[in-house]
Design a protein around this ligand. Structure first.
Ligand code: HEM
Length: 502
């Protein structure tokens, strides 16, 4: 009797083991077959993929550049889904310029859906007619503003205010919050004509939402990497929803105020430019009108804030650090300012006469590469990238940081050297040199490039006309590695001393 029962249990256990081993084999074979569809890369664990390799010791974009040495310029990394990583300029050029429309989609993520709140925007919009309409409209508004006289006056005003505050600092200080006020004011003023003081409640509100977004959600939501995690992060998602709604409510109020005072022949800011585009679409019976609801306009302005303030602010953080660390570069810039501009406020037309300053800006954008992985792209059809077949709807990351540190294209890429952008005659080299992509490339390229370059030139000139930056530890004492965490490239926190040039 006992022997019979024991034998039945053993038979059952045998079945259970067989089923378990069978299931495991099936899952493993499926896993291997799935991996084989994409270019080879670091081996992904089931479910977790390669996520555990990003352990905070090294920025992800540097880790991805290092993987390139083993797997080649195009490889697959698994982050909940397969992501094709491109580290090389020739491949990027083929994918984004030659193939034009084949790798310009955006991936659907929980984060993007929360931000969009049911209305399409530009940054997170997949390749569609709606994206094309919104992008074209915003691009034209931003470009017009970048060359307007208003911008030069605004920058002088905002920077002078900040210089006054910086010079009052008694001890070495972190310049981040000062640079933030400058950039926030420039974007807020360009977007809806508002000037803020640091203590203004609305400024604090906007800043709080932006900081929350960058610090807590800048690396995405965990559920976008492992969907099962969504149930554990409900509170975090709610916090984001609350913050996004608060931010959009402020922008909607601004649009409502503008609608009451708007005059088509006096375009005061981006919001007016967007209202004009909508009015024209209505008058001309254009199809695009359906994409220009108040919700869309708020999303577009929100994009300009999100994409425009932190990027330029982080670039200036790199620049101030690099100049404090290299006094000889700072001195050459100052001499060019003295020769070309003197003490009067700078204007856009001064830029062509200042090749050295332009070279410093270009080198800072290369060296810092503040958006090192761009914004993730998605294939819009079955295509080929770097000789590998890639299915439709696959995530593609262009490692812009690796492009800027590629020894094939750059001599001593880890050295900050503005002269690399100057010819022997000290004129600026062709701005579109190979493997130079701080603003991305192709049809998804940054639409704020012109404004960012204009802002950076006007701000740094006005700062250097009045101040000299140095490091408490002296020239050459700076740490020039990016912070190890996160998807943006920012310097490790530093302190500077500022002295008046007067
Ligand atoms: C130094 C400053 C800046 C840098 C380095 C930068 C860089 C970038 C990069 C790398 C992308 C991704 C391109 C891609 O998807 O391939 C991007 C997209 C974008 N940027 Fe910028 N950006 C800067 C400033 C600005 C400014 C000032 C604005 C507007 C006021 C802006 C608006 C946008 C928008 C709307 C997109 C999304 C374009 C699209 O998806 O079609 N950016 N930027």
């Amino acid at each position: 009797m006992l022997t019979q029962a024991l034998s039945k249990i053993l038979t059952d256990v045998g079945w259970i083991t067989t089923i378990f081993v069978g299931l495991l084999t099936y899952l493993l074979v499926r896993h291997f077959l799935k991996i084989r569809k994409y270019p080879p890369g670091p081996f992904p664990l089931p479910v977790l993929g390669n996520l555990l390799e990003f352990n905070g010791k090294q920025p992800p974009f540097i880790k991805m550049r290092d993987w390139q040495k083993k797997y080649g310029p195009v490889f697959t990394m698994w982050v909940g889904r397969p992501a094709i990583v491109v580290n090389n300029w020739e491949v990027t050029r083929d994918a984004l310029i030659v193939k034009r429309n084949e790798v310009i989609g955006r991936n659907k993520t929980v984060l993007a859906e929360v931000i969009k709140q049911g209305y399409e925007d530009i940054v997170f919009a997949d390749y569609s007619q709606e994206w094309e309409v919104l992008r074209k409209m915003a691009h034209s508004a931003v470009r017009k503003y970048a060359v307007s006289e208003k911008l030069a006056k605004l920058v002088t005003d905002v920077v002078d205010n900040t210089v006054h505050k910086m010079l009052q600092e008694k001890e070495p200080f972190d310049p981040t919050s000062h640079l933030y006020v400058i950039l926030y004011n420039i974007i807020a003023s360009s977007a809806f004509g508002k000037r803020y003081k640091e203590e203004d409640e609305e400024y604090q509100d906007l800043k709080e939402q932006s900081e929350l977004f960058l610090n807590e959600f800048g690396n995405g939501l965990p559920s976008d990497f492992i969907p099962l995690l969504r149930i554990f992060y409900v509170n975090r998602e709610q916090k984001l929803v609350k913050s996004v709604k608060k931010f959009l409510a402020i922008l909607t109020t601004k649009i409502d105020e503008h609608k009451k005072t708007y005059q088509p022949d006096i375009i005061r800011d981006f919001t007016d430019a967007l209202l004009l585009a909508r009015q024209e679409a209505k008058e001309e019976g254009k199809n695009s009108l359906q994409y220009l609801s108040d919700g869309n306009l708020a999303q577009v302005i929100s994009d300009l804030f999100a994409a425009g303030t932190d990027t330029t602010q982080m670039t200036l953080r790199w620049m101030v650090l690099l100049l404090a660390n290299s006094p000889e570069v700072q001195q050459k810039m100052y001499e060019e300012i003295e020769n070309v501009i003197g003490n009067r406020p700078p204007v856009q037309d001064d830029k062509p006469q200042c090749p050295y300053i332009s070279a410093v800006i270009m080198e800072t954008l290369r060296f810092g590469t503040v958006v090192p992985l761009g914004i993730d792209h998605k294939t819009t059809c079955d295509t080929e990238i770097g000789g590998h077949k890639i299915p439709k709807d696959t995530m593609v990351l262009f490692n812009l940081w690796a492009h800027h540190r590629d020894k094939t294209y750059w001599k001593d890429p880890d050295v900050f050297n503005p002269d690399r952008f100057l010819t022997e005659n000290k004129t600026l080299t062709n701005e579109r040199t190979s493997s130079y992509v701080p603003f991305g490339q192709g049809r998804r390229m940054c639409l704020g490039e012109k404004l960012a370059l204009a802002d950076t030139f006007l701000i740094i000139v006005r700062l250097l006309q009045q101040c000299k930056f140095s490091l408490p530890g002296g020239a050459g004492s700076a740490c020039l590695d990016p912070q190890p965490l996160g998807l943006v490239s920012v310097p490790v926190p530093y302190k500077i001393e500022v002295t008046s040039r007067k």
